[in-house]
Design a protein around this ligand. Sequence first.
Ligand code: HEM
Ligand SMILES: CC(C)=CCC/C(C)=C/CC/C(C)=C/COP(=O)(O)OP(=O)(O)O
Length: 301
Amino acid sequence: MMTVATPLLPPADWRDFLALTKPRVMTLVVFTGLCGMLAAPVGIHPVLGFTAILCIALGAGAAGALNQWYEADIDAKMRRTQKRPLPDGRMDRESALHFGVGLAAFSVILMYFAVNFAAAAILTVSILFYVLIYTVWLKRRTPQNIVIGGAAGAFPPLIGWAAATGEVALLPLLLFGLVFLWTPPHFWALALFVKTDYANAGVPMLPVVAGERVTRRQIGLYTIPMALVAVLPWPLGLTGPLYGGVATVTTAIFAALALVVATRTTRPDDMMKPEKRLFSYSILYLFVVFGALVVDRWVFA
Ligand code: HEM
Ligand SMILES: CC(C)=CCC/C(C)=C/CC/C(C)=C/COP(=O)(O)OP(=O)(O)O
């Protein structure tokens, strides 16, 4: 953790506080939460539904802020993150800490009083998981950091479902499993092409510690259970054929891209590095699969 002297910084702009919440990454987190809510068998009042999604967004943003508060030293050493408000000197660490803690508390309390206990409890677990288990405990210690810590990002579909029903069930647990198993291929694909950044910052990400070959193989290995979990809701009768069809096709494309990453490095005729293609596709994939789940539920309900 960094202890930086911050002499007379100008007051941070609202854009700096927004940047602390990692808004681009959180769009997908919020989307999976929304889809978990809309896939539930019971409806939720639109105002309560909106409040629940707002709480997921605020909680995830708070976790992002606390992550940046804790790892300003790492962010300062990586090209990709150097321009964030703390390493760039646009904000002092205390403001980031107060903002993160305040927003986290607000999101959980609002979820509890406006929505229900189950959603508030899972939101609390996911914030603590991202900040304490991933950021503070695992990220600097083990290349398995994102496998275990990545579970934090898999909770939102469960939160959304719990907001509507007050409980958890098999379908949202499978959605949790899907995002959990999706995270290693998603992140390690990126880590393959920003490897030097992590090496410079001393973060033990898999390509840095175990090398490219192992990372490529691990991406392939995690894709197998991910693919099974992605399609499983259909044969189990938890979704209709629309989800089944979309999940099968988009997962097959994911598996094909992962297989290329697992088996070879860039060729001169590649338009894009295979790992870059897999990383970009991984994001589109989750949007499409979760979107299909909701359309399926509303078409076949
Ligand atoms: C521990 C697990 C994860 C790690 C370490 C990770 C890491 C990253 C990193 C380093 C980026 C690069 C771009 C940036 O800095 O904004 C990124 C992009 C992204 N991640 Fe992840 N990610 C993880 C899990 C997730 C999860 C669970 C989701 C959502 C369900 C997600 C959604 C996204 C999205 C949407 C982007 C693209 C952002 C953009 O367009 O700039 N990630 N991820
Ligand atoms: C509801 C709730 C609390 C959700 C949590 C959301 C969550 C855990 C998302 C994980 C995605 C994420 C921002 C990873 C960044 O890893 P990193 O911090 O190592 O990336 P960096 O190098 O860009 O800082």
